[in-house]
Design a binder for this molecule. Structure first.
Ligand SMILES: [Zn+2]
Length: 279
């Protein structure tokens, strides 16, 4: 046995050397596929915490697009998330359709929605990144001009958790299928952290496993769009999961990862995931 090992060892070393010589060339020749998991609105404190908990447990970079209203409701939670390096980007203050706002009230009103988000973040010392996502994905050239004047870069999505559709219309694990349908080199998945989007966080670990198995690299939006490397501090992110919502002196809110939904169970409905009875 010993002598066999001795003869094999040099072979391993040669194999390792060859692998090391080949690796740099093969890595640069292959386009790395990237996926950014994004979570909008932030109307549910629990689901915000659970999304971060799963990101921490799997060390998966994520990006948030909360409203300014959510920043105002949970300022210390958002500060802790932002301080951990998880990007927080602009989704307006009140979530209006910006095209309609522009048509009805003009550019100043659109500007107030986007600048207002920045102001709320500044007042609460919440670090934010200069990206924006218009509510409902509604934007036009006029709205874009306002966003650009504030130095904001547009970030839409390619795939979604389908978690804004009516819950009682035969909504089953379609969320998993839609979220994992991305095959492009750059996939952006849209989900929500709202009161009735429990299925999204309950399917998140499975969605992460799916992209991982297909060789996708997980990135934040600034990383995907401009190559800005993410600097997520996972120890800080772990603390953010239970950070007091309003004031740093408030009580911590210990939160564990949600019980996952079996994504192969085609009978499990969104309503069940949210504890709702449909008639
Ligand atoms: Zn939204």
């Amino acid at each position: 046995m010993k002598s066999r090992l001795r003869t094999l060892r040099p072979l391993f070393m040669i194999a390792a050397l060859i692998a090391a010589l080949i690796a740099p060339a093969s890595v640069s020749a292959v386009t790395v596929k990237q996926v950014a998991l994004t979570f909008d609105d932030g109307d549910s404190e629990l689901h915000i915490r659970q999304a971060v908990a799963i990101a921490v447990a799997t060390q998966t970079p994520i990006t948030f697009f909360p409203t300014g209203k959510s920043l105002r409701r949970f300022p210390n939670l958002w500060k802790a998330i932002g301080d951990a390096g998880i990007p927080i980007a602009n989704h307006t203050v009140n979530h209006p359709n910006l095209n309609e706002r522009y048509a009805l009230k003009g550019s100043a009103n659109v500007r107030a929605e986007l600048q207002g988000f920045i102001n709320i973040a500044r007042t609460n010392n919440i670090p934010v990144v200069p990206y924006w996502r218009p509510p409902g994905g509604a934007w036009n050239a006029n709205v874009m001009k306002v966003a650009k004047s504030l130095g904001l870069t547009l970030s839409l999505w390619t795939n979604t958790f389908a978690d804004t559709a009516p819950m009682c219309k035969n909504r089953t694990i379609v969320a998993y299928n839609k979220a994992t349908a991305g095959t492009e080199a750059k996939v952006v998945v849209l989900g929500h952290v709202n009161p009735y989007t429990a299925q999204t966080v309950k399917l998140l670990a499975a969605v992460i496993a799916n992209y991982d198995s297909r060789g996708y690299q997980f990135v934040t939006i600034p990383e995907m769009v401009k190559g800005t490397p993410n600097t997520i501090d996972w120890a800080k992110a772990a603390l953010a999961v239970s950070a007091p919502a309003i004031s740093p002196t408030g009580a911590r809110v210990p939160t564990s990862v949600p019980t996952p939904i079996d994504h192969t169970n085609t009978k499990y409905t969104f309503a069940q995931a949210n504890g709702i009875t449909c008639r």
